[in-house]
Design a binder for this molecule. Structure first.
Ligand code: MN
Length: 640
């Protein structure tokens, strides 16, 4: 493998990609890795080169590819983040730093870890989804070259991959990576079962191929009769999913029937259902094995119709029917037939990954408008941070939590007597604010007790109530609670029009005369805080004068900020986030950052920082986003 191959492939997929950046990253990495070798004896640089190649194949941009080439520098060489930043800019440097952070978790070397929590930490501490994609590609290449390692190390790495990275790849819907990681680690963890299955598959291969050809013939001629344009793809189940099925249903290899399957790809959704009907008229379907993932997409956005039918020889096989569009989404692979234990129960986690997946799809779709994508930074996890105890236990805390919060999360007695902490090996005071991934060791002292002061720093409700309880028990003075006022949800109108004498007016621009900035305007307030803005020349004003409504002076605010935060409240559903992003981009607007967070069971708040050129443009964005199904409110968060 050499850098020219990587660049050629990258150029093929995206002619506009900056090959100079990639080349420079390659030379930079070669310089620092120069004397290093992999276990196999080949030069170390081969590893980042292959990782970069995998990312090219998945359509990533030049910054991610450059970061892939640089991904092991911080961990394994003398290079620093500042060095990388100086040469490649902030974004590439922060991608490399993000990958390094995950590498440092070094799960494989631990005897005992909580896989579910580690997955959470990885997802939560990742601000840019490209970091996770680089890490997945890194793991994939490590698994492909794992032969060079001693057996014990091989097993540990495979266990880590199975527990941590396979579920993440699955949830992100990148099944091509997921399947390969799964089969490769399965082979190492259960070598005899794997080779047994491999042999059995090989022994039955000829018969199976014949069977597939026969079914395909019937299939294609039937579809032709109905004048359906369909692309038919035959496939053989992945080894690990055969094993999974045998285990789950207590079957022998010979009893696993649907080792073969077909994928039918067509034009429209209507075609899909029609084809399903045709399938069921040729072969009898097995009840309960019909899944409509078109009407009800999986959380990783996967869509298709699945049915299992009985062939004339009595054997069963599965048929998956989908449109080209759906195939593209699933192209990275097909989501497996089972749910991963542990994370499927955590709705919040699922939802965050689903948002990431939407963003990923969206980024891919807008590949030719690189400038929109480039600035996009994701912060889905702004409300929580994940920290560690020295034993590796994960402590989840509200953002801006301090050492005291951490201490109370461990145990009330630890909280009560905490006197300081060691964070990532350095001494820290009680009020030090914790960050994602911090490793915290609490120091306690029997002479230390909670004080009223502590209430000013703590964020978690547990610490707050425990401290208050202690104060109540030891002092007689009541504890006053200071609560932060929640920022008002202001509409665009409230930002751009000022009215005299009504501080928190709820402003609406009248539909009859549609005032725009520059027009002479006046306001009419009906109830105390509701003000309707009309042009001075509006014909309706004469009528209004006769009603009880009172006239107020109104002005356009001189300037609007050029950086505007648009916030959207909505009922969450699959695809919503991407639809909102699309609506904003459709107005030729540059998105600087995007965030999403859940507000309770069904509600979400998405926010976008955009570069605004005019009020009309903002109005257009708001109008478009408002039209999206399930959006309940669109407003302006801030203007700078
Ligand atoms: Mn690596």
């Amino acid at each position: 493998m050499n850098i020219n191959t990587v660049i050629r492939k990258a150029k093929e997929l995206n002619p506009k990609c900056d090959s100079e950046l990639i080349k420079k990253a390659y030379w930079f990495a070669s310089f620092y890795h120069v004397h290093q070798k992999r276990e196999s004896g080949e030069p170390y640089i081969q590893h980042p080169l292959h990782v970069a190649e995998i990312l090219v194949e998945h359509g990533l941009d030049e910054k991610a590819i450059a970061a892939a080439l640089l991904h092991d520098l911080l961990e394994d060489t003398a290079a620093t983040k500042e060095d990388i930043e100086k040469e490649f800019g902030e974004k590439v440097a922060s991608l490399v730093e993000g990958v390094t952070k995950i590498t440092k978790l070094d799960v494989a070397s631990k005897d005992d870890y909580d896989a579910e929590n580690i997955r959470k930490v990885i997802i939560a501490s990742t601000k840019d989804i490209r970091v996770i994609l680089i890490k997945l590609a890194d793991k994939l290449h490590n698994m492909r070259t794992i032969g060079g390692l001693p057996p014990e190390r091989r097993k540990r790495i495979s266990r880590e991959v199975m527990d941590i990275y396979v579920p993440i790849a699955y949830k992100l819907g990148i099944a091509s990576i997921k399947n390969e990681l799964e089969d490769r680690s399965f082979k190492i963890l259960y070598p005899s079962i794997y080779s047994d299955l491999e042999k059995k598959l090989e022994r039955t291969r000829k018969g199976r191929e014949k069977e597939m050809v026969e079914i395909k013939k019937v299939l294609e001629s039937e579809l032709k009769k109905h004048k359906m344009k369909v692309y038919v793809l035959g496939r053989v189940k992945q080894i690990f999913s055969i094993y999974r099925k045998m285990k789950k249903r207590h079957l022998l290899f010979e009893e696993v029937q649907d080792i073969i399957g077909f994928r039918l790809i067509t034009k429209t959704v209507k075609d899909c259902y029609q084809i399903l009907g045709i399938m069921h008229s040729i072969w009898r379907p097995i009840p309960n094995l019909l899944d409509d993932y078109i009407a009800m997409p999986k959380s990783n956005m996967y869509q298709s119709l699945h049915t299992t039918v009985i062939a004339s020889n009595g054997k069963t096989f599965e048929v998956q029917i989908r449109t080209e569009e759906m195939h593209k989404t699933a192209e990275e692979g097909i989501a497996a037939h089972w749910k991963y234990k542990g994370i499927c129960g955590d709705k919040d986690f699922d939802q965050k990954l689903s948002w990431m997946r939407q963003l990923l799809d969206w980024q891919k779709a807008s590949h030719n408008s690189q400038e929109f994508v480039d600035m996009l930074h994701v912060d889905f996890f702004e409300d929580e941070i994940y920290t560690f105890t020295p034993k590796g236990r994960v402590i989840t805390l509200p953002k801006y939590s301090c050492v005291i919060d951490f201490a109370y999360a461990i145990h009330t007695d630890v909280g009560k007597h905490c006197s300081g902490a060691i964070i990532n090996g350095k001494f820290a005071t009680l009020r030090t604010v914790l960050k994602n991934g911090d490793l915290v060791e609490i120091l306690t002292s029997k002479t230390k007790w909670p004080t009223r002061e502590w209430l000013k720093f703590v964020r978690s409700s547990r610490a707050k109530s425990k401290i208050k309880q202690h104060i109540k028990e030891t002092q007689d003075v009541p504890v006053k609670v200071v609560s932060m006022p929640s920022p008002e949800k202001r509409g665009l109108e409230e930002w751009i029009v000022d009215v005299e004498g009504i501080p928190d007016a709820r402003i609406t621009l009248a539909k009859c005369c549609n005032p725009v900035p520059g027009d002479m305007i006046m306001g009419y307030s009906s109830r105390s805080k509701r003000v309707m803005i009309h042009k001075v020349s509006c014909l309706k004003i004469a009528k209004l004068k006769r009603t009880k409504k009172s006239k107020v002076e109104a002005y356009w605010v001189d300037t609007i900020g050029s950086i505007v935060e648009v916030k959207v409240d909505a009922f969450n559903r699959v695809g919503l986030f991407a639809e909102v992003l699309n609506a904003v981009v459709a107005t030729q607007t540059q998105i600087k950052s995007a965030k999403a967070k859940s507000l309770g069971e069904k509600d979400v708040e998405c926010s976008f920082t955009i570069e605004a050129r005019s009020i009309q443009q903002l109005q257009k964005i708001i109008a478009r986003v408002r039209k999206i199904k399930d959006v309940t409110k669109v407003y302006i968060g801030s203007m700078r």
